[in-house]
Design a protein. Structure first.
Length: 295
C-alpha cells in the first residue's frame, strides 16, 4: 500500500512537470493573440495595480507637495535673512560714507581757524525730548583740554559753545537753546562789517536772531554772518549762517536779522571744539566765568 501511494505521487509530479513545460512552451511561442486565461490574469493584475497605484500616487504627491512647501519656506527664510543683511549693510555703508564726508570736511577747514586748534569729538548723547535743540554731549572733556565757553562747530558752521565739562565728556549748549544768556558776538560780512549779537531762536522757522544791528544799515538777503572774534574767546570768521529777513526791533532803534544756520542743528554726529592755541589775557579768562557774557 505505501508503495502504491509513493508511485502515485511520483506520477503526479511527473505529469505536473510535463504540463508546466507544455505551458511554458505554449506561452513563449509566437502567437497573434493571448489566451483567455492570460487575458484574464493580465486584466485582473492591471486592475489590482491601478486600485493600489492611484491612492498611492495621491499620497506620494501630498508628501511631495508638503516637502516642496517646506523647502520653499526654508528658502524664503534664507532670502529674508539675506535681504535683512543687505539692508543693514546698505545702512552701514551710507552711515560710513556720510561720516567720511563729514570728517573730510572737518580736515579741510582745520587749517583755517587761526590761533585755535580744532579738536574732533563725537556726539554720544542727546536728549530726545524738548531739550533736543538745547544740549548735546560729546566724548571729549577736561582731561582732553576742553574748557567752558569754547566754541563748537561742525564742518558747515558754528553750532554752540561748551556749557560744562567732566574729565571725559562735555555738554554743548546749541545756538538754538532758548536761554537768555546764550549770546554770541557776530558780524555781517560786506563792504562794511556790521556787528550784532546772536541771541534767540525762531523754532517755527529754525532761524537764529541777530540783534543790535544799526537801524540805518542796508542789509541784503544771503549776506553771510560769522563770529566777530571780538570777545577774545571765540575765533573770528567762523560761519554762522545767511540772512533771510530783516525787521526793525520793537523800539525802532535797531534792526534784527533772521539767520538761516549753515550747520544742521537737528542731525549732529561729529563736531570740532576750538581749543585755544594762544595765550588769552587774564582779564578775558576771568570774564569767561560770567554766563551772560557776549562771546
Amino acid at each position: 500500500m505505501p508503495q502504491f501511494f509513493l508511485n502515485k505521487r511520483l506520477i503526479i509530479l511527473l505529469v505536473s512537470i510535463i504540463i508546466l513545460v507544455a505551458l511554458i512552451g505554449f506561452s513563449i511561442r509566437e502567437r497573434d493573440e493571448l489566451s483567455w486565461a492570460e487575458k484574464f490574469v493580465k486584466d485582473t493584475t492591471g486592475f489590482a495595480q491601478s486600485l493600489v497605484a492611484t491612492p498611492t500616487q495621491y499620497v506620494i504627491g501630498i508628501f511631495e507637495n508638503m516637502k516642496d512647501l517646506q523647502n520653499t519656506y526654508e528658502e524664503n527664510k534664507e532670502l529674508k535673512k539675506h535681504l535683512e543683511d543687505m539692508a543693514r549693510l546698505e545702512a552701514k555703508v551710507y552711515s560710513l560714507e556720510k561720516e567720511n564726508a563729514e570728517l573730510a570736511e572737518i580736515l579741510e577747514i582745520e587749517g583755517s581757524i587761526g590761533d585755535y586748534d580744532p579738536m574732533q569729538a563725537t556726539v554720544i548723547s542727546r536728549s530726545p525730548d524738548r531739550l533736543w535743540h538745547e544740549m548735546i554731549i560729546v566724548n571729549k572733556g577736561s582731561s582732553h583740554g576742553v574748557e567752558k565757553n569754547m566754541a563748537v562747530m561742525t564742518a558747515r558752521g558754528l553750532i554752540g559753545k561748551v556749557k560744562s565739562t567732566t574729565p571725559f565728556t562735555s555738554t554743548i549748549q546749541l545756538l538754538s537753546a532758548l536761554d537768555p544768556t546764550n549770546r554770541i558776538s557776530a558780524a555781517l560780512q560786506g563792504d562794511k562789517k556790521l556787528f550784532g549779537t546772536i541771541e534767540g531762536y525762531d523754532k517755527e522757522n529754525e532761524w537764529l536772531l541777530l540783534k543790535g544791528l544799526p537801524v540805518d544799515a542796508e542789509i541784503e538777503p544771503d549776506q553771510m554772518v560769522v563770529t566777530s572774534g571780538l570777545g577774545g574767546v571765540f575765533p573770528g570768521d567762523v560761519p554762522v549762517g545767511k540772512v533771510v529777513e530783516v525787521v526793525p526791533d520793537q523800539f525802532g532803534l535797531n534792526q534784527t536779522a533772521y539767520i538761516k544756520p549753515e550747520a544742521d542743528f537737528y542731525n549732529i554726529e561729529h563736531v570740532m571744539i576750538l581749543t585755544r592755541g594762544m595765550a588769552i589775557p587774564e582779564q578775558i579768562e576771568n570774564d569767561e566765568e560770567n554766563e551772560g557774557e557776549d562771546l
